[in-house]
Design a binder for this molecule. Structure first.
Ligand SMILES: [Zn+2]
Length: 562
């Protein structure tokens, strides 16, 4: 009898247990606690905790409520007061070039010829027969008074071609095998803007090639294979997430790169989201994609709906197309590299098929020409309501063209560190009047334009906090010039952060999915060491990335789960 009562009591307790103390599956996969969450969401600008389910943000709020609602999350990470930003998006990059620069033999800190040759020797030990040994970083400025010859390189590498580019790209050091493959002999004439250094007695090339003469060898370096391209992308992507980037817009993608991206995603080797801007100069590629239409990835890993064109060259080398001659070269107005009709033609067809066009334009003439081409294509494509055509760099603008960006809803896609890298010489090129329309971030914002920001790595550092600092201060990392270079164009912290988050997401049609921390969006986060809202601009340079999450998955940093 007592036994039966015990059973009844047990059943009752167990039954009550099921209803009063349920153990359902966790309500969240990941809970971030004790954080300072910068949401970039106007309706809830700050929070302490974020809950994630699958690859999406489930909930944003206070620590106390998070503990109550999501105390049984599969993984809980106490961030001990660290700051969580929406995953940072870099809207203009070159992944393969970054990967290549990371994979090349690095001679940046070698002190002399012997040390450089020792590194080449080490690399030769693991090289395949005939494989090119590519390196960079020996200081052609410092070594200019005593350039080495290729004698030492020939000794360690008689068979493998060796080509070592200088730190600033003005000189290269090649061994005899590389010169031979390039057909460079005693009789080879110097090219325009290029010089082959020669032995004073014999007239034989020494292996040092200056400026454009480097191209004589460069053109014989075999193109990357698919495996090499994948390796370069993988190494670059890892470097990106280490720097807190969760998405990038790759600003000129070839069919080979596309194949590499796809294979890496399949093999789970790509931790980063990619918005691929196809090479618009590759007519076969353009034709193929205009026929098949955009590829918008439901998983947001790799989306293809954009073409890249080049309207002109760069300002430093006076290749940027200007309306009036260069202030420091009155015979020159730069070079238009894609005529207006071609930009118009591609844009017209792209709009019809739902593609975006991103055109590189640096000079005021190139920018005006691109705006004109876009305006015509837009006026003839009334069905293309949300076209988001872009101009990459939009570097030097005639004052009358500034307001046209917002009017045409054309996006100026700009790079804060370009201003601070160019400020030493940019005004010499364009003069005191035109410089007022150069790197004119605030003038563009004031007209209502969207302003995504980016690095253009590897030409500039990929550390986004260097870009944010340049946007805030318009100073170099040492704080020069005092007060900032044309400081009236500086951005506020909020504007700069928007540029690397929600505005960059807008530039890839993803602002409803990325760019802020709010329920329903992708769980992409950049966790940093300091409270960015409380830092002086210069201190932004010292921000360290602690963790990077893409789709709720930790792709960089230690988990330190409790
Ligand atoms: Zn670029």
């Amino acid at each position: 009898m007592r036994f039966a009562v015990a059973i009844v009591v047990l059943v009752l307790v167990a039954g009550a247990g099921l209803t009063l103390f349920p153990h359902p599956r966790p309500a969240a996969d990941l809970l971030l606690l004790s954080a300072h969450v910068v949401t970039m969401d106007a309706s809830k600008s700050e929070a302490q905790a974020v809950a994630v389910l699958g690859d999406r943000i489930l909930w944003v709020g206070s620590d106390a409520e998070a503990r109550k609602r999501f105390g049984n999350a599969s993984t809980t990470i106490d961030l001990h007061g660290a700051t969580v930003l929406p995953g940072i998006i870099d809207a203009h990059v070159h992944l393969v070039s970054l990967g290549q620069s990371l994979l090349r033999l690095n001679l940046k800190d070698v002190s002399d010829e012997a040390e450089a040759v020792a590194r080449v020797k080490q690399r030769i030990a693991s090289a395949a027969p005939n494989e090119w040994i590519l390196g960079w970083g020996w200081d052609e400025g410092k070594w200019a008074s005593h350039y080495p010859t290729n004698k030492s390189l020939n000794e360690v590498s008689p068979d493998n071609p060796v080509f070592l580019v200088g730190l600033h790209g003005f000189a290269a050091w090649a061994n005899q095998r590389a010169l031979q493959l390039a057909g460079i002999t005693k009789d080879t004439k110097d090219s325009e803007n290029g010089k082959i250094l020669r032995d004073e007695k014999t007239g034989e090339p020494t292996g040092i090639l200056l400026n454009r003469a480097q191209a004589l060898v460069e053109q014989h370096i075999p193109p990357l294979t698919l495996e090499q391209t994948k390796k370069a992308v993988e190494v670059a992507a890892r470097e990106c997430v280490r720097n807190g980037l969760t998405s990038v817009h790759d600003a000129r993608v070839s069919p080979l790169m596309l194949e590499a991206f796809r294979e890496l995603i399949r093999e789970d080797r790509l931790p980063l989201r990619i918005y691929a801007i196809l090479d618009g100069a590759d007519s076969a590629l353009v034709k193929e994609w205009l026929t098949r239409g955009p590829e918008i990835d439901p998983d947001h890993r790799l989306t293809i709906r954009s073409f890249k064109l080049f309207a002109d060259g760069a300002l430093g080398s006076r290749g940027a197309a200007l309306l009036q001659p260069y202030s420091d070269s009155p015979q020159s107005k730069g070079v238009v590299t894609t005529p207006e009709t071609e930009i118009y033609n591609l844009t017209r067809r792209a709009l019809e098929k739902g593609f975006q066009v991103c055109t590189h334009a640096i000079g005021d003439a190139a920018n005006r020409m691109t705006l004109d081409a876009y305006a015509r294509a837009l006026s003839e494509s009334p069905q293309a309501r949300d076209s988001r055509l872009r101009i990459e760099h939009a570097q030097v603008l005639s004052p009358v063209d500034i307001a046209r960006f917002a009017q045409l809803r054309v996006i100026p896609s700009m790079q804060p560190t370009h201003a601070t890298s160019d400020m030493a010489w940019a005004e010499k090129r364009v003069g005191a009047a035109r410089i007022k329309g150069a790197y004119a971030w605030r003038s563009l914002l004031a007209t209502g334009a969207h302003l995504p920001l980016s690095s253009d790595f590897p030409g500039e550092t990929l550390n986004p906090f260097y870009g944010i600092y340049a946007a805030l201060a318009r100073q170099d990392p040492s704080g020069n010039p005092a007060g900032g270079w044309y400081p009236e164009q500086r951005l506020t912290l909020k504007e700069a952060l928007r540029g690397y988050t929600i505005e960059a997401a807008y530039a890839e049609f993803e602002e409803k999915t990325k760019g802020s921390i709010e329920p329903g969006k992708l769980a992409d986060f950049t966790v940093i060491s300091q409270d960015i809202n409380r830092l002086a601009p210069k201190e932004v340079l010292s921000i360290r990335v602690l963790k990077t999450f893409v789709g709720g998955k930790l792709v960089y940093g230690a988990e330190a789960a409790r």
